[in-house]
Design a protein around this ligand. Structure first.
Ligand code: DAK
Length: 261
C-alpha cells in the first residue's frame, strides 16, 4: 500500500511516524487510520527502528478524526468500521518499543487519543489538547474514555470528557496529560533525543518492560506481578542479558554494548 498521509522515516535507530495531511489539520480519516496501522506494523517489524516518535509536523498534531467523513457514516457503517478505527490507535499503543508523541498545536479527539497511545508525550508551549467529541454529540472511540482516566485519573478525565474543553500545555503538564513542555521549535528534536537513547539499549528488555507495565496495568496486582515474573525470567534467554551482566562485572555499570539479540 502506498501511503499518502502517514510515513515512517528512520534515522539512527529512531523511527518517526509522521502524519502529513496539512490541508485538513491532519484529520484522521479512514485512509489515515489504515496508513497509521501500516506504519505501526512497519515500525514494529523493522529491527533498525529501536524507538518511535509520533509527530504531526510543526503546526498541528491532529485535530481529531475526520468529522466531515464521519458525518456521512451510518450506524451500520460504524459497526462495520469501529474495530478497524480503534485498531489504528491500538496499533500505535502496541508497538513493542519506546514511543513518544511530539505534540505541536492541536491534539484533539482522535488526535489526543493517538497521543495517549504513546508511552509519553512532549508538548509545545502552544499545544492544545482535548476530547471535544461530546460537542459533536458523540464520544471518544479510540481509547479516550479508557486511556485518559488511567493516565490522569477519573475525575480529571470526566471533567475533560464531559465538557470537551481544550487544555493548554501548562495545564496539561500539571494534570499529567503531557510529560514535558518545551518551546514549539524544540518539541520534535527533544522527542527524537529521548527516543535516540534507546537506539543502543537492549530491545528485548525494553519490550519486556513495556509489556509488563501495559499488561500489568490492565490487571490486579497479583496478576501484574505474575506477568512481571514471566518477563523477568524470559529476558534471561537473551544474549543481551549475558552481555549486560558480564559487562557490569568487568567494566562497571552502563557500559554494555548490546547486540539486540
Ligand atoms: N475533521 C475534518 N476537518 C477538520 C477537522 C476535523 N477534525 N478539524 C479541522 N478541520 C478542517 C476545517 O474544517 C477547515 O477546513 P476548510 O474549511 O479549510 O476546508 C480546516 O481544517 C481548518 O480548520 P479551522 O478553519 O476550523 O481552523 P481554526 O484554526 O479556526 O480551528 C480547530 C482549529 C482545530 C480548533 C477547529 O478546526 C476544530 O475545533 N476542529 C474540530 C476538532 C474536533 O472536534 N475534533 C474531534 C473530532 S471527533 C472512533 C474513534 C475515534 C473517534 C471517533 C470514532 N471509532 C473507533 C469509531 C474520534 C472522533 C473525533 O476525533
Amino acid at each position: 500500500m502506498t501511503s499518502e498521509f502517514v510515513r515512517l522515516e528512520v534515522a539512527d535507530g529512531v523511527g518517526t511516524i509522521r502524519l502529513d495531511r496539512p490541508k485538513a489539520m491532519n484529520a484522521i480519516s479512514i485512509q489515515v487510520q489504515d496508513e497509521l496501522r501500516v506504519a505501526a506494523a512497519e515500525a514494529t517489524a523493522r529491527a533498525d527502528v529501536r524507538a518511535v516518535v509520533v509527530w504531526g509536523g510543526e503546526k498541528v498534531f491532529a485535530a481529531g478524526n475526520d468529522v466531515k467523513e464521519m458525518s456521512t457514516m451510518s450506524y451500520t457503517d460504524m459497526v462495520d468500521r469501529v474495530e478497524a478505527l480503534q485498531g489504528a490507535v491500538n496499533a500505535i499503543a502496541r508497538i513493542p518499543k519506546p514511543v513518544v508523541a511530539a505534540v505541536n498545536g492541536y491534539a484533539l479527539g482522535g488526535g489526543c487519543e493517538l497521543a495517549l497511545a504513546a508511552d509519553l508525550r512532549f508538548a509545545a508551549e502552544n499545544a492544545v489538547l482535548g476530547q471535544p467529541e461530546v460537542l459533536l454529540g458523540i464520544i471518544p472511540g479510540a481509547g479516550g474514555t479508557q486511556r485518559l482516566p488511567r493516565l490522569i485519573g477519573p475525575s480529571r478525565a470526566k471533567d475533560l470528557l464531559y465538557s470537551g474543553r481544550f487544555v493548554k500545555a501548562e495545564e496539561a503538564l500539571a494534570i499529567g496529560l503531557v510529560d514535558r513542555v518545551v518551546p514549539a521549535a524544540d518539541v520534535y528534536t527533544e522527542a527524537v533525543a529521548w527516543a535516540a537513547r534507546f537506539a543502543t539499549a537492549a530491545p528485548y528488555a525494553l519490550r519486556a518492560i513495556k509489556e509488563s507495565v501495559d499488561r500489568g496495568l490492565e490487571a490486579d496486582l497479583e496478576t501484574g506481578l505474575q506477568i512481571e515474573r514471566q518477563h523477568f525470567s524470559s529476558v534471561f534467554a537473551t544474549e543481551d542479558s549475558r552481555t549486560g551482566m558480564q559487562s557490569f562485572i568487568e567494566n562497571g555499570p552502563g557500559k554494555a554494548t548490546f547486540e539486540g539479540r
